[in-house]
Design a binder for this molecule. Structure first.
Ligand code: LLP
Length: 427
């Protein structure tokens, strides 16, 4: 039998030998009975704890932890974080509305990233009074200035620079090289800051950098911040004093169920950044997404059939790539465990969904505990970029979501209905 995940790295565990998998004190069997499957289950405790790790590690300096909303934009999770002082990193007008819906006061803690912002999105964010725009091109800066002038509201901005730093992660989620679409070549940044220095509608508040996601070593973060700090010092000599450095997100987690010391990971990451800040006394912003929510979540699915084709065994679940696309899109690994372990030998299987694509798999040639039709399985570490990247592909209804707080569980998003699916269309 696969070892139970350690409670310190994940909230999902088997409280004792004979029991089913729990999230904290709540049985996943009970949740599946009550809310059906596929079902996303999140631990509020872990999300809060992870935010605390960042806040704690940065306590020696002025800072703001801006949760990257894209990782999991559930309103209940945003509220949980907003109540504990988190800021937010958003990339669309939709994400801004989500933050405003649960925490209007948090507008002043919002940074707006993203490579293509529309005039309407900029206007809404200016009116809401967000903290800063992370600007990704000269043309966008011109658009921001024009909108600010029109609305008579000063726009605080940071240039998102591209530091040309390599980060060892999946190519789809690496962003810090010159060949990527993100940011402004760091060598151009000085010229651009100087060019808008006299614009009364723009306030150069900071500089931002984000080199990619699921990066498991502190070193590239340090390298990127080092380059940014150098730019900040150079600008200061020329009379432009930036108040904030935004180090972006990207700190990775362990998807393989090994022992994972989140506290040590955050400490090491923060220390590497602190060293690279090299005396910078302003505010440090960070934009973690995955690290706060990934390990707090699991996708619970029911086995529909176990089927043999030639030499292969397929475990077909009622969850599919539309619910969790990470394995199909990034060849991502998610540990899969049976909710109520059965006696017997593990087998090598493919765990797949019902969608009509060969790419609809969660695991290939994976050693899995014995399972039968009707059993529940849990895909672990699915709290980040799971539900957030889900779709209605194959006209499948999106899953329900449950948040576990201590011994209590509550529905935070109901399962979609056929009316939700057909509603927006006309014939
Ligand atoms: N800040 C910016 C500007 C970003 O683009 C991102 C993520 C973050 C912060 C948060 O990064 P995190 O701390 O979560 O690594 N769908 C992919 C990940 C895409 C990440 C996109 N940007 C996945 O499932 O692995």
């Amino acid at each position: 039998m696969t070892q139970a995940p350690t409670p310190s790295s994940r909230p999902f565990c088997y409280p004792h030998a004979e029991s089913a998998l729990h999230c904290g004190k709540v049985s996943l069997e009970a949740l599946a009975r009550r809310y059906g499957t596929p079902l996303y289950v999140y631990s509020a405790n872990q999300i809060v704890e992870r935010l605390g790790l960042f806040q704690q590690a940065l306590r020696g300096r002025e800072h703001l932890v801006c949760y990257a909303v894209k990782a999991n934009s559930a309103l209940a999770i945003l509220k949980l974080l907003a109540d504990r002082g988190a800021g937010f990193d958003i990339v669309s007008g939709g994400e801004l509305e989500r933050v405003l819906a649960v925490a209007p006061d948090a507008a002043e803690r919002v940074v707006f990233s993203g490579v293509g912002k529309t005039a309407a999105e900029i206007d809404r964010a200016l009116k809401a009074g967000i903290l800063e725009f992370n600007v990704e091109s000269e043309a966008e800066l011109a658009l921001l200035a024009a909108r600010a002038r029109k609305l008579k509201r000063k726009a605080r901005f940071a240039l998102r620079v591209n530091p040309d730093v390599f980060a060892d992660t999946h190519p789809y989620i690496s962003t810090g090289l010159r060949e990527h679409k993100f940011g402004i070549d760091i060598r151009q940044a000085r010229r651009i800051y100087l060019s808008v220095a006299g614009n009364r509608w723009l306030e150069a508040r900071g500089v931002s950098v984000h080199i990619g996601s699921q990066i498991c070593s502190a070193e590239p973060f340090g390298a990127a911040i080092e380059r940014v700090s150098k730019l900040v010092r150079q600008l200061r000599r020329e009379g432009i004093v930036l108040k904030a450095i935004d180090g972006g997100g990207g700190l990775g987690i362990d998807y393989h169920g090994g022992s994972f010391d989140a506290t040590a990971e955050v400490r090491e990451y923060a220390a590497a950044i602190e060293r690279a800040l090299d005396g910078f006394e302003g505010c440090l912003l960070l934009e973690p997404g995955r690290f706060l929510v990934a390990q707090a979540g699991a996708l619970v699915a029911r086995v529909l059939q176990v089927k043999r084709n030639g030499k292969k065994t397929f475990v077909i679940t009622d969850a599919a790539m539309n619910d969790l696309i990470r394995p199909a899109l990034y060849q991502a690994y998610h540990e899969i465990v049976t909710v109520r372990p059965r006696a017997g030998k593990s087998r090598i299987v493919d765990v797949v969904g019902p969608v009509c694509e060969t790419g609809d798999f969660f695991a290939r040639d994976r050693k899995l505990q014995p399972v039968e039709a009707g059993d529940l399985v849990a895909l672990l570490d699915a709290g980040a970029y799971g539900m957030a990247q889900s779709s209605n592909y194959n006209s499948r209804l999106r899953a329900a979501e449950v948040l576990v707080e201590g011994a209590k569980a509550r529905l935070i998003r109901r399962r979609e209905t056929m009316a939700d699916l057909l509603g927006p269309e006309m014939v």
